[in-house]
Write a protein that binds this ligand. Structure first.
Ligand SMILES: Cc1cc2nc3c(=O)[nH]c(=O)nc-3n(C[C@H](O)[C@H](O)[C@H](O)COP(=O)(O)OP(=O)(O)OC[C@H]3O[C@@H](n4cnc5c(N)ncnc54)[C@H](O)[C@@H]3O)c2cc1C
Length: 313
């Protein structure tokens, strides 16, 4: 049985690999929480060979029982101090954005959402500006069906390109958007065995100054809400209409702002954001989030659902 490092070196020897890889790479360098122990192998394939390379890597690793974690911008994950076993496939090297006929922009999975927003604005296309300054990759935003200012990514989506990994060979397919498959922070990709390769967004011609004006408003609003004051992953819990108020408000009303475990703290200005004051480990963040859930359950009988994802626990 080859070791993981041997498996990966052997695999790469047979490929025309373009990109970067490292063994024992700290995940703290790849998450917006700025925390997380080492990934056994971290690999970021670059450019056009990404789909083929990634599909073969995932299926070959699977045959050896090696797990592969797909990483976008790391803006919605909490990684444990122990790190992630197996391979972390970073999509960040696959980041092309182009305009297509019919006011469509096609964005590769690893492109930062904010870069897609800027590209659309510079093309005089309106529709993505609500996402300005939201951290993360386009693939991650599609997987999460990211949402802000009353709009979801699926609202402007025309189709998604995926690599279907459920069979013996990877199959590249285009999936048209089916309204019913998306919901609040819900996408069909959450239950598919697939790597998202990119999305096509249906936009409308707009006035550039209006588009950039709205982007600036969103950016300033996020700054004013303290999104970038300390490392975080944005909202920790989902909102639930049945609760009658946002998760953050429920947490605020219980006086839990400022509660901390180690260097993880409920933001003193926002109940639904946990921040890393410096040296918070993933387990501090998780313990604090659990404590908040326990307090909310005990005081209000409500079961908060996680929006952030935990890896390596
Ligand atoms: C300051 C701040 C503000 C935020 N504000 C918002 C907000 O307003 N609204 C909101 O919805 N979120 C918000 N977030 C959370 C985060 O930005 C979004 O959830 C974002 O869409 C995550 O994308 P990502 O690329 O970082 O995904 P990651 O965290 O890297 O991954 C998330 C999940 O997606 C999967 N995934 C990623 N890429 C792919 C792919 N190509 N194929 C298959 N699976 C993939 C991963 O395996 C993982 O399960 C905020 C975060 C921060 C730090």
């Amino acid at each position: 049985m080859p070791t993981l490092a041997e498996f990966y070196r052997n695999f790469n020897r047979q490929k025309n690999f373009d990109g970067v890889f490292r063994f024992d790479e700290p995940m703290a360098a790849h998450t917006t929480f700025k925390t997380g122990g080492p990934a056994d192998v971290w690999v970021r394939p670059e450019g056009g060979a990404f789909p083929e390379y990634s599909g073969e890597l995932i299926l070959s690793a699977r045959k050896e029982g090696i797990p592969v974690f797909i990483l976008g911008g790391g803006a919605n994950i909490v990684v444990s101090e122990n790190g992630i076993r197996g391979i972390v496939l970073d999509t960040g090297g696959y980041r092309g954005i182009r305009r297509e006929p019919g006011d469509i922009i096609a964005v590769e999975a690893g492109a930062a959402v904010d870069d897609a927003v800027e590209f659309a604005a510079s093309s005089g296309l309106s529709g993505l500006e609500f996402l300005a300054a939201m951290p993360g990759s386009t693939g991650g935003a599609l997987w999460m069906n990211a949402r802000c200012y009353e709009k979801s990514v699926s609202d402007v989506l025309a189709e998604t390109e995926i690599l279907d990994l459920s069979g013996p060979v990877p199959i590249r397919t285009r999936v048209p958007r089916r309204e019913a498959e998306f919901g609040y922070k819900k996408s069909p990709f959450q239950s598919l065995d697939a790597l998202i390769l990119g999305g096509r967004f249906a936009l409308k011609k707009g006035e550039r100054s209006k588009i950039t004006g709205e982007m600036e408003t969103r950016r300033l609003d996020r700054e004013a809400k303290g999104h970038f004051r300390f490392p975080s992953a944005g909202s920790v819990f989902k909102n639930n209409r049945d609760f009658g108020k946002p998760a953050g408000k429920i947490i605020d009303e219980l006086g839990l702002r400022g509660l901390s475990v180690g260097d993880a703290q409920v933001a003193p200005w926002h109940g639904n954001i946990i921040i890393n004051l410096g040296n918070a480990g993933g387990s501090d963040i998780k313990a604090l989030a659990e404590l908040v859930r326990d307090r909310v359950r005990a005081a209000a009988g409500l079961e908060l659902e996680y929006e952030v994802l935990f890896a390596g626990f």
